[in-house]
Design a protein around this ligand. Structure first.
Ligand SMILES: *[C@@H]1O[C@H](CO)[C@@H](O)[C@H](O)[C@H]1NC(C)=O
Ligand SMILES: *[C@@H]1O[C@H](CO)[C@@H](O)[C@H](O)[C@H]1NC(C)=O
Ligand SMILES: *[C@@H]1O[C@H](CO)[C@@H](O)[C@H](O)[C@H]1NC(C)=O
Ligand SMILES: *[C@@H]1O[C@H](CO)[C@@H](O)[C@H](O)[C@H]1NC(C)=O
Ligand SMILES: *[C@@H]1O[C@H](CO)[C@@H](O)[C@H](O)[C@H]1NC(C)=O
Length: 350
């Protein structure tokens, strides 16, 4: 991927993201003209944000915070190892995060994605998941910290109190919380009660939230990805779930292909014999990066020398808070466990 400047920003989750999973229902797509008009408007509005974010010190703060978070998690993961203050990132090959990094905040070198809710939610969203930062539930795999910042594309301010809902499949390509023939063993109803690699986090005053999870595996027909839903104006209940509000974004995020190959070479990812769909062959990546306007890829830095030591991945996303979208879901997590959506003739149906 090329280094992206603020004038060439990421437009994420655009229309026509069509089939996210085999058998997924395809949402109606925006016309090409409407999509182009959205892209142009969205680019203009984030261009306008650049100066604002710089003046408000938001770029400096997010950079400092990501460095601190990286160092904290790195030390946790490599407690017994020597600390090397210089790390390499690969998404943008010229970018290095060190304790001296200061001149151009990560944000300005960061892919900033304007999120349009026309994105594909896919058939496997589960409603009612838990608000928690560590979503691993003991699942094997390479540890990854996902750090996301959400910016309001109309005011250019960080969005506080947004609930970032995240989910991805496990090392062998299976999602928790769903019973479906296209998701592992379709006869295994115990999977409905599982919550691994799913959860929500509320953004703070800087619009930031983090998850500790594992690097996703893959399944047939799709590049390795992480799903995102952004909830606004939701209320957190005493049992750490959220209710109400509206969804202002649905989308998917991706990883550099060389990183995916490194991960897939490790165990237990390498026990998955389903062939890998590359980013270049993934239709969602293609749609999201149309006209080179978009960069829906995580930046990342390894905690150690090898990918197996874990990694820190970050992305900044722009959201139109006025937008509100319908979401389809496969199941709902309740106090009695996971309950299939009875309207599941088309599990991805909108
Ligand atoms: C990482 O950075 C160090 C120095 O900062 C450099 O020597 C090394 O070659 C880099 N490694 C990779 C894989 O780019
Ligand atoms: C992935 O999840 C499925 C469903 O829970 C499980 O059967 C499978 O063993 C998991 N993969 C690994 C490597 O644990
Ligand atoms: C909904 O959330 C947005 C973004 O955080 C906020 O600006 C707005 O005031 C909220 N509206 C209500 C009714 O709480
Ligand atoms: C945000 O969404 C609202 C409602 O759909 C729309 O009127 C407005 O133009 C959008 N703003 C931007 C910057 O795209
Ligand atoms: C959380 O509480 C709500 C409201 O009582 C309930 O509907 C839901 O099933 C509960 N969820 C879990 C996971 O306990």
């Amino acid at each position: 991927m090329q280094l992206i400047s603020l004038s060439k920003l990421a437009i994420l989750g655009l229309a026509g993201l069509s089939v996210a999973h085999p058998g997924a229902h395809e949402p109606s797509a925006m016309s090409h003209a409407a999509k182009r008009s959205f892209l142009n408007n969205a680019k203009r509005s984030l261009d306008q944000c650049a100066g604002h974010l710089e003046r408000r010190g938001i770029n400096d703060r997010i950079q400092a915070r990501r460095e601190a978070a990286y160092e904290m998690y790195r030390k946790q993961h490599l407690a017994a190892r020597d600390y090397n203050p210089s790390v390499n990132t690969s998404h943008h090959s010229t970018l290095q995060v060190t304790s001296q990094t200061s001149e151009e905040g990560l944000f300005s070198k960061n892919p900033t994605c304007i999120l349009s809710p026309e994105g594909e939610i896919g058939p496997f969203w589960v409603r009612g998941e838990l608000v928690r930062s560590n979503v691993r539930d003991g699942e094997a795999g390479i540890p990854i910290v996902l750090d996301g910042q959400f910016i309001d594309i109309e005011t250019c301010e960080p969005i506080q109190d947004l609930y970032w809902d995240v989910w991805n499949c496990n090392t062998t390509g299976v999602y928790s919380g769903v019973q479906d023939s296209s998701n592992g063993n379709g006869d295994d109803d115990s999977n409905l009660d599982k919550t691994f690699l799913r959860g929500l986090q509320k953004t703070d005053a800087e619009g930031v939230a983090q998850f500790q999870t594992i690097f996703p595996g893959h399944y047939g027909g799709r590049a390795t990805h992480v799903h995102v839903v952004a909830h606004l104006n939701a209320t957190q209940l005493p049992n750490n779930t959220v209710t109400g509000g509206h969804v202002s974004h649905i989308g998917q995020l991706f990883f550099d292909q060389d990183l995916v190959y490194q991960v897939e070479a490790t165990s237990p990812y390498n026990t998955n014999k389903v062939s890998i769909t590359t980013n270049a062959d993934d239709h969602v990546v293609q749609d999201e990066t149309e006209d080179s306007a978009s960069d829906p890829f995580f930046e990342y830095a390894l905690f150690g020398d090898s990918v197996e030591d874990g990694l820190f991945a970050w992305i900044t996303m722009g959201v139109n808070v006025s937008a509100s979208y319908d979401t389809s879901y496969a199941a709902t997590l309740t106090s009695a466990g996971g309950i299939k959506n009875s309207d599941s003739a088309s599990p991805g149906g909108m």
